[in-house]
Design a protein around this ligand. Structure first.
Ligand code: SF4
Length: 390
């Protein structure tokens, strides 16, 4: 057999457990007993060892533990997963290894353990520095608890930390949001993700705030969401304050100090190969997409975990290239488009590019990139939909 040259690969590991569900959350996660967590990790390790054989020609340059709440696992379970990964995959010594941490589930010993296991990036889910807002969205921690975990992380030596923030929360005002940003800027994390609350169907918030809930019904006495114009102001404020503080917006909702962009997520937006491991995780390997089993019981039985395997057509690959790549503020490279698809971007999207450029939603730089303008970012969903084939 001819050995193909090595290619890079990202690994995503899904840990589907949380202490309790937040009111806005539609992620695949639920509370679980210690026994279930042990069983899950056993199944995950089995999946790791089974699948790794297919990736002998890949080297791993990023690993991301997401969820759910990966930090809910005790250290010995995390150690067992990392041991299996290191024994099964070719992991670069300089690989970025991230874990999502909920402040209600970590302490100094655990953080120190992460360091010893080679985890080098933390993503801490704060959402707001206001305890009333945290309670309103069902978070299990206070701001003080977050601060403590943040300080402990610095103390044990983490030098690459992301903090997740959310705007448009129930009861949130422009002032309270500004206060949250100021507090976080004082801490100087290397990376900040700032998303707006989206009311997802199937969540407790959908029942209260979702489409179809009539104005003035019995629930209207509950804390209200900010008005749309306040929400827009929050969005603009995020950019202004973070850029003033030296953060670079490198993706629609992500800001980093130079050199601290999340390599793992950037890989998603650039359609690099990634392998999802664990319940409900998604993979993209050489233009084949699939999703793992989403029912915990079936996953624990561990037959073939893959469902919904889909080989992407060339057109689907082009669509993804555009709407994922345009999320990055540097945009998409025309040269890469040609290398990947054997034709120039103008031959496929010429008319659309012209139209959107004329409408000042896109710019085409001299360095050969197509990117969204500020206005384009404001209505990014509409702009990206233009790149879908009928
Ligand atoms: S901690 Fe995260 S994954 Fe868990 S319920 Fe809250 S938002 Fe969802």
């Amino acid at each position: 057999m001819i050995n193909k040259p090595l290619q890079s690969l990202s690994l995503y590991l899904h840990i589907p457990f949380c202490v309790k569900k937040c009111h806005y959350c539609d992620f695949l996660s639920a509370p679980g007993s210690e026994e279930i967590k042990e069983q899950y990790v056993k199944a995950l390790i089995q999946e790791i060892t089974q699948k790794a054989d297919n990736y002998k020609n890949f080297y791993v340059d990023t690993i991301f533990f997401g969820g759910g709440t990966p930090s809910i696992l005790s250290l010995h379970l995390m150690a067992a997963i990392l041991k299996a990964l290191r024994e099964s995959f070719r992991i670069l010594p300089e690989a970025e290894i991230s874990i999502e941490v909920n402040p209600g589930t970590a302490d100094e010993d655990k953080l120190m353990g992460y360091r010893q296991l080679g985890i080098n990036r933390l993503s801490i889910g704060l959402q707001s520095a206001n305890d009333v807002e945290l309670k309103a969205i069902g978070r299990i921690h206070t701001y003080l608890e977050f601060q403590k975990v943040y300080e402990q992380a610095r103390k044990v030596g983490f030098s690459n930390i992301n903090v997740d923030l959310m705007s448009a929360l129930p009861g949130q005002t422009l002032r309270s949001y500004q206060d949250t940003i100021h507090k976080i800027l004082q801490l100087q994390p290397e990376h900040i993700s700032a998303y707006s609350l989206i009311i997802e169907e199937g969540t407790p918030f959908w029942e209260i705030y979702g489409k179809g809930v009539e104005e003035g019904n019995a629930l209207s006495a509950l804390v209200r969401l900010p008005e749309e114009n306040t929400e827009r102001e929050m969005y603009r404020l995020t950019k202004k304050l973070l850029e003033q503080a030296g953060y670079v917006r490198y993706e629609i909702s992500n800001y980093a100090k130079p050199g601290f962009e999340c390599r793992h997520n950037t890989g998603y937006w650039q359609r690099h190969n990634y392998l999802g491991l664990g319940l409900g995780s998604s993979s993209l390997i050489e233009n084949c997409r699939w999703k793992n089993e989403t029912a915990l019981r079936s996953y624990l039985k561990m037959q073939d975990t893959r469902t919904e395997i889909e080989v992407l057509s060339k057109e689907e690959q082009m669509e993804e290239f555009m709407f994922l790549g345009l999320r990055l503020t540097k945009g998409v490279s025309k040269r890469t488009f040609t290398e990947l698809f054997g034709m120039q971007i103008e031959a496929v999207y010429g008319e659309i590019l012209q139209k959107l450029t004329k409408e000042k939603l896109l710019v085409q730089s001299e360095s050969g990139y197509v990117r969204l303008t500020e206005r384009g970012i404001d209505i990014s969903n509409t702009v990206m939909a233009e790149f879908l084939f009928d």
